[in-house]
Design a protein around this ligand. Structure first.
Ligand code: ZN
Ligand code: ZN
Length: 229
């Protein structure tokens, strides 16, 4: 079945890739943000039929966001963009370095599931403007090169896996921090979340889970994360 885009705001749509909201990609203007898993490339291509897509960006290089990137960029003839900290992994195809323990079983599984290497046409940096009025925010922590997309005009924030509203493995709902096993630096990620909360986003969009449209809940969640000693 062809997955259908869910509108979020003008020129901003969510593409549900697994069981409604377990895994999401986004179309921000003509930029496809995240790609889903390697095996899902055809599904994304079907959803994009008739859409104008000029570039593909990833919030970070984990397999569930980058897996289909190579196939999509090839099929659509579009460039791949990512944060500075992900470039080496994306271009070399060695994704173990994105995880806190590159020699762990988790890193080996990550590597196994990741998509092929692909050249990065543009490194996205803080303040870069992309698709339909969004700017790039560098939000490291989950991985070194994690980035978010922010549109101040209507408060739409796409933050990748800096936080999630559904657990990607268990399906548990509710605002939560990303899984520790796959997160490079939890304190750094919390610092990024605090900066995001200060923006007072109206709609917070996650890689995993339904978007959150209650700004106070996001701010309360972030405020409740303990500070380092
Ligand atoms: Zn991730
Ligand atoms: Zn993820």
């Amino acid at each position: 079945m062809k997955p259908e885009f869910v509108p979020l705001a003008p020129d901003a749509r969510r593409l549900p890739l697994r069981r409604g909201d377990m895994l999401n990609a986004y179309l921000l203007g003509d930029v496809l943000v995240d790609a889903g898993v390697r095996a899902g490339a055809r599904k994304v291509l079907r959803a994009l039929e008739g859409e104008r897509v000029a570039a593909h960006a990833i919030t970070h290089g984990h397999f569930d966001h980058q897996g289909a990137s190579h196939a999509l960029c090839q099929a659509l003839g579009i460039p791949l963009w990512c944060g500075a900290g992900e470039k080496e992994a994306v271009e070399s195809g060695d994704f173990t370095r994105l995880l806190p323990k590159p020699r762990s079983l988790a890193a080996r599984v990550e590597q196994l599931l990741s998509g092929p290497a692909h050249p990065v046409a543009r490194v996205l940096r803080q303040g870069d403007e992309v698709g339909a009025g969004f700017v790039v925010l560098e939000t490291p922590g989950h991985t070194a090169g994690s980035i978010s997309f922010w549109r101040e005009a209507d408060g739409v924030l796409v933050l990748g896996d800096a936080a999630m509203s559904r657990h990607p493995w268990t399906g548990r709902r509710g605002l939560q921090e990303p899984v520790g096993l796959g997160t490079l630096d939890r304190e750094l990620n919390r610092a990024s979340l605090r900066r995001l909360a200060e923006l007072r986003p109206a709609i917070v969009c996650f890689g995993h889970g339904e978007p959150l449209t209650e700004p106070m809940r996001f701010r309360a969640f972030v405020a409740g994360l303990s500070l380092p000693d």
